[in-house]
Design a binder for this molecule. Structure first.
Ligand SMILES: [Zn+2]
Length: 249
């Protein structure tokens, strides 16, 4: 995912995040964040627990991508490559240099390809993002790369990907790929999608789970790092997460 710095109280687009905090980079990944809300914050804490969806799908559909957080989306993409026999390595947070997953084969020492994942909903991936990824591939000396998104690509982005050997996989393409796998593999991928607090985003800066808060001026809910103010990671809330918050009162 593209890492961008944003002010703490202004949620970026879904999947965006704030500057990395190197000190927090090796903090434990799993965290019961809702129990440890920091006292001081520009926004108001929302104390209502965000509970998992009770009627989560039992089979793959676009709704799965809508319900899960970006880190689960990356994990599904990684598992798709692992099922295809590749050795994978991922970096779930911090500065990633424009790479989310490295792909290795047994016959080569370095990575053979890299993957960029964009868990976006509604907004198509623009050509600028695919161009940036191509630049990353070139800097790494790699000719192969996959750009995966839960959303779609603009026509320019697709044309650029095709012209430069980038495998562009949109949400529909990923679902087709998943549908071509054995029932056991599809079930394995679904279990990975819904692993743990699948609905609660991971802080892209420090790798801990985020907590819901509301903007003190607009009342708009957003996700804030559970480690605020030590970590200022934040991101906008998906429609699905907002609906769940509202349903819970
Ligand atoms: Zn954080």
């Amino acid at each position: 995912m593209a890492r961008r710095g944003v002010p703490a109280a202004v949620p970026p687009e879904v999947g965006g995040n704030s500057a990395a905090d190197p000190a927090a980079a090796h903090a434990p990944r799993h965290d019961d964040a809702a129990q440890r809300l920091p006292q001081a914050f520009a926004g108001k804490a929302i104390t209502t627990a965000v509970a998992p969806d009770e009627d989560r799908p039992a089979a793959w559909s676009p709704r799965v991508f809508a319900l899960i957080e970006w880190r689960r989306f990356e994990a599904v993409c990684e598992a798709l490559f692992a099922q295809a026999g590749l050795q994978t390595r991922s970096q779930s947070h911090g500065a990633d240099g424009g790479v989310d997953i490295w792909l290795h084969s047994r016959n080569a020492s370095g990575p053979v390809a890299v993957v960029q994942c964009k868990h976006w909903q509604g907004k198509p991936v623009p050509v600028s993002a695919v161009r940036e990824f191509f630049g990353t591939m070139a800097a790494l000396g790699l000719k192969r790369g996959t750009y995966a998104t839960s959303s779609t690509f603009t026509r320019d982005a697709l044309a650029f990907a095709q012209a430069n050997g980038i495998n562009a996989q949109d949400g529909a393409g990923l679902l087709q790929l998943i549908a071509s796998r054995t029932p056991e593999q599809q079930a394995e991928l679904l279990a990975i999608a819904f692993e743990g607090d699948y609905w609660r985003p991971t802080c892209a800066s420090c790798g801990l789970k985020m907590v819901p808060r509301s903007n003190s001026t607009t009342g708009e809910p957003f996700w804030s790092c559970s480690q605020f103010p030590r970590c200022r990671g934040n991101q906008a809330m998906t429609a699905a997460a907002k609906a769940r918050l509202e349903a819970r009162g």
